[in-house]
Design a protein around this ligand. Sequence first.
Ligand SMILES: *Cc1c(COP(=O)(O)O)cnc(C)c1O
Length: 370
Amino acid sequence: MVDLKGQYEKIKSAIDTSIINVVESAAFINGPEVHAFQKDLENYLDVKHVIPCANGTDALQIAMMGLGLEQGDEVITVDFTFAATVEVIALLKLTPVLIDVEADTFNMDIDALKKAITPKTKAIVPVHLFGQCANMEAVLEVAKENNLFVIEDTAQAIGADYTFSDGTTKKAGTMGIVGTTSFFPSKNLGCYGDGGAIFTNDDELAHTIRGMVNHGMYRRYYHDVVGVNSRLDSIQATILRIKLPNLDSYCDARRDAANYYNDAFANHPNITTPVTSDFTTHVFHQYTLQIKNADRNALHQHLLDSNIPNAIYYPVPLHSQKAYQDDRYNEDDFKVTNELIETVISLPMHTEFDKEQLEFITQTILGFLK
Ligand SMILES: *Cc1c(COP(=O)(O)O)cnc(C)c1O
């Protein structure tokens, strides 16, 4: 699905040198490289505060802790996403409220959002799924009307731009009160292990969160709140510092591959290519087709048999997962997600394709669906 080795080869000497420098400095935790990466990312995102942490799941959990959400508070998020989002809501004993997504963009459905709000609702977690932003202007408006926090899960969309109707543009993850991301190796900005970060323009929240990631300490060995231990280590930070200046060109390479796929599959009766909303750029963390009136599962197997990696993201809606089932849910409220899990298929997507690979993938798919 990804070609991390090929990407590494192109930056190998810079990466190798920087890793050796960290090892020689012995500043493995909270060293200067972590602070420098924090500043680099604040500049790139044009956000006041970046708080690095251990992974994207922790980032979501700590963001919710920082906002002071409490047991019983309802947090609305989408049914069609990676489980991390709903997992941390449940872990904190908040009440997850899952809602359906739009059939074309796979992102949060605004009508469903409005319907899900109750007096207990405290926060909304839009997930910028597969690399394009959810309808943030609408989400922020609903949040403002109902006095709710917006936590943007940007694990799949770092680098995407959102344009508001007044023409202003912001980076994904910097529009709500807080945004989170993951640097898992296969993400668009991936390190060589686990990593994550939290973004906010709110000084007070940033201060709260900086203590929370470090055992609730604001002064050494004084623990004011219950925190966690969630750190980005210096080796990962130095790798991310080298990769961040390439993020925009990595996104361009992904878009080029997506354009190749789009052209190859255009107007095919069984294939719906990804739709990008006009208010967002798409950074194609995943390139996901919908296969209709044809056997999606047989295509999945045929591609595997042809040595073409591919994946079903996601095969089970969160509301049907054993861990998250709830009598409150009504199947009629998840029509789109219930259909997507039967039709979606994600193709290889990375920064290092050559024409022959794309040709082989598209020809194999077109040959099978003929
Ligand atoms: C990857 C991902 C996460 C979790 O990130 P980790 O670093 O793996 O903990 C959270 N949300 C979404 C949407 C993701 O894709």
